[in-house]
Structure formats: C-alpha cells, structure tokens
Design a binder for this molecule. Structure first.
Ligand code: COS
Length: 382
C-alpha cells in the first residue's frame, strides 16, 4: 500500500527507520509514559541520535533538508507508537520554524544547528488564557525601552515550555492593532522576569508537558526580536501552515494504530461461536475506519507535498488535512474501543489511551472549528 504514495527512495528510507524505532523502542514505553506523565527524554535522545530531529532543517544549519512530507511520515510512525512522543517531535519544528522563516543569520546560527542535533529543544507560545482560537487578541505586552523590550503577561498551553532551550513567544507592541501589533521574540530559560508556570494535568498525550509561561518586567534584548514589529502574527500563521500537515500525520498514525489493534482483536475475539470479525456489523466498522485513515493520509501527503514543491499558499489544504485527519482519529479510536467492548474501556489495552490521545488532535494547532473557518473564508473570498 505504501508504494501507492509515490514516495522517493529517501522518504521511504526515513519512514522505515522511524517505523522500526517507533515499534521496537518507543511503543513499549508508551503506556508507562501515559501512566506516569514522565518526560520522554530517552525517546527524544534516540530520535536525535538517529538524526531525525533535524530533517526539516537545511544542511547549512545542520539538518538533512528532507522536507515537509518526510516530517509527516516520521510523525505518523511515531504517533502510531506514542502520540506524546510524536507531539514532542513536532514541537521542535513548531518552535524552530519561525527562526528559519524569519530569523537573522545570527539568530539562525545561534539556534538552528543545536535544534538539529537535539542539544536544545524548542517551544512555540502563541496562546493565552483569553486568546486561544482568537490568537490576534493576545495581551502579553512588549514595550520597547532603548535596546530592550519589556515583556509582561501570561501565556498558556505551551507544549514543552518547561524543557525548551529556546521558546518562540508572541507578544504585542500595540493591542489596539490586533494581528498587526503581534511581534515574535526568542526567549531562553533563565532570563530574569521569565518563569514557567503551572503544568497541566491532561486527558491525553500525558508525556508531553503543557505549561503556562509568565513574564514580569522581563527584559528581552532587541536582538531577540524575530522579524520586525508587527510581523509576529504572519510568522505564526506561516509556521502553522507548515506544521499542520505533520500534525495531521500524527492523527493518521494514531488512527492507524487503533485500526490495527481493532483488526487483530476482531480476528481473535470469539462470540456466538465465531470470531467477531466474521460479523458484517464489525466488518463494516473496520472498513469505515480504514477509509477514514486512508483519506486522512492522502490529504496530509498532499498538503505536505505542496510545501515540498514550493507551491505558495497551502493554508487551506493544510487546514483540510489536519481537520479531516483529526476527526478521523477521533472516530476511529472511538470505534476501536467499541470493537474491544468492555476490555477496550480498561487500561489493560491501548485503545482507551488512543481515544484520549485523539481528542487533542481536534484541538491543538487550531481547533476543528478554526480549520473550518479558514476553509470557509477562502471559499467565500470575493
Ligand atoms: N500565512 C501568512 N499570513 C497569514 C496567514 C497565513 N496562513 N493567515 C493570516 N495571515 C495574515 C493575514 O494576511 C493578515 O495580514 P494583514 O493584516 O497584513 O492583511 C494577518 O495575518 C491577520 O490575519 P486574519 O485577518 O486572518 O486574522 P484573524 O484574527 O481573523 O485570525 C485565524 C485568523 C482564526 C485563522 C487565526 O487566529 C488562527 O489560526 N487561530 C488559531 C490559532 C491556533 O492555531 N492556535 C493553536 C495554538 S498554536 S500550537
């Protein structure tokens, strides 16, 4: 089936490597990671050693320049094994792409090679307690004083914010300007006035830490501003255009894992003197699940390929792919629990974790409703 996707030799190689690592080394740790909410440090070190952390970066910055589809392929394989580890993997380009897209040469040289090797991890902080879907309404302020900006405010839902060596943080130089006031800054831990806040206790992807950030008269040198004043919102949106395909790919991987588990269980589980896979009701469910996984995967590949072929403006395709794949993951994982019956509702089988992990796919990197708004806006543009 994979060959139908017309992958290059290089893409097939990187997918196979990720699949092997995910199945042999990462999947066995996934249940305990979920249970303990531990940080997947060992898993990320493994991915770093295998050269997987820098595949989205150009060679000039220590990467292997494999592109968006390769990133999506790896994200899918990792999410098949552990959605929390996969999330941590995708946070590296989420936090780092703004630097690649808009950084000065000095900023790129300072951070990107270390992101490629995994020496430091990245984070991306756009959301706030009162600015989630309406990201342009963020209220963390950045006031220029000489060669510094003074940041004040609170950020929310920052994946990996407590482990990152560099955080791309969005603040506003003028709240009345909405999106046009948003400005991006590179923040390093230890900066006076910057503190990591509450770690959330989440339903799923529990090995991926989600924290609040606090800025209290935090002095940020002007050299740490990314792009110009007012360019931050566009930087954030362009980044999400690139990370929504790999995020959709995580949803595909999770859905594939649930489908694989459901197929295996349906063949093994006997009721009414026959394997439940022999019943048409179950067969139809499995067929529906397979169609949804397939549709999600094709859309993810298409949105990622647009990036790799240098086609400007994959915004709508990225939103469609992320939305369809996330909805597929929610439906497929829910159906997998149904096929497992009472056993599926217990922690003795992985499908309940898959279902909990799937829910975030419809929320992070823009909710399903925001993706639909982006698609509709394009349809209705006159
Ligand atoms: N690429 C480049 N620029 C973009 C863009 C994109 N994909 N999308 C928007 N922009 C630009 C617009 O062109 C506009 O620039 P100008 O003012 O120069 O014309 C600016 O950004 C503001 O865009 P827009 O008017 O569309 O902003 P809205 O406030 O209406 O918000 C949505 C747009 C809802 C799409 C945005 O707030 C969003 O994506 N929200 C969800 C945020 C999210 O995903 N959060 C998850 C947390 S990050 S893990």
């Amino acid at each position: 089936m994979a060959d139908l996707f017309y992958l290059t030799e290089e893409q097939r190689m990187i997918r196979d490597l990720a699949r092997q690592l995910a199945r042999e080394k990462i999947a066995p740790l996934a249940a305990a990671l979920d249970e303990t909410e531990a940080f997947p440090g060992e898993q990320l070190e493994l991915l770093a050693r295998q050269g997987l952390l820098g595949i989205w970066l150009p060679e000039a910055y220590g990467g292997t320049d494999m592109g968006c589809l390769a990133l999506a392929l790896v994200a899918e394989e990792l999410a098949w094994a552990c959605a929390a580890t996969a999330t941590q993997y995708v946070v590296q380009p989420l936090g780092g792409l703004p630097i690649l897209l808009s950084g000065t040469e000095a900023q790129k040289r300072r951070y990107l090679p270390r992101l490629a090797t995994g020496e430091i991890l990245a984070a991306f902080s756009l959301s706030e307690p009162n600015a989630g879907s309406d990201a342009a309404s963020l209220r963390t302020t950045a006031v220029r004083r000489g060669d510094q900006y003074i940041l004040n405010g609170a950020k929310q839902w920052c994946s990996n914010g407590d482990h990152a060596g560099v955080l791309t943080v969005f603040a506003t130089v003028d709240p009345s300007q909405k999106a046009r006031g948003v400005t991006a800054f590179l923040i390093e831990p230890g900066l006076p006035g910057f503190a990591v806040g509450k770690k959330e206790r989440k339903m799923g992807i529990r090995g991926s830490p989600t924290v609040a950030l606090h800025f209290s008269d935090c002095r940020v040198p002007v050299e740490n501003r990314l792009g110009e004043e007012g360019e931050g919102f566009t930087i954030a949106m362009r980044t999400l255009d690139l990370t929504r395909p790999p995020t959709g790919a995580m949803a595909v991987g999770l859905a594939q894992a649930a489908l694989d588990a459901a197929v295996a269980y349906a063949k093994e589980r006997r009721q009414f003197d026959a394997p439940i896979a022999s019943f048409q009701g179950i067969q139809f469910m499995l067929a529906e699940m397979a169609m949804q996984v397939h549709a999600g995967r094709l859309m993810v590949h298409h949105a990622a390929r647009m990036v790799d072929h240098g086609l400007a403006g994959n915004t709508v395709e990225a939103s469609m792919a992320k939305c369809v794949a996330a909805d597929a993951a929610m439906r497929v994982t829910t159906d997998a629990v149904q096929i497992f019956g009472g056993y599926g509702y217990t922690r003795d089988y992985p499908v309940e974790r898959f279902m909990r992990d799937a829910k975030i796919m419809q929320i992070y990197e823009g909710t399903g409703q925001i993706q639909r708004s982006i698609i509709a806006r394009e349809l209705l543009r006159s």
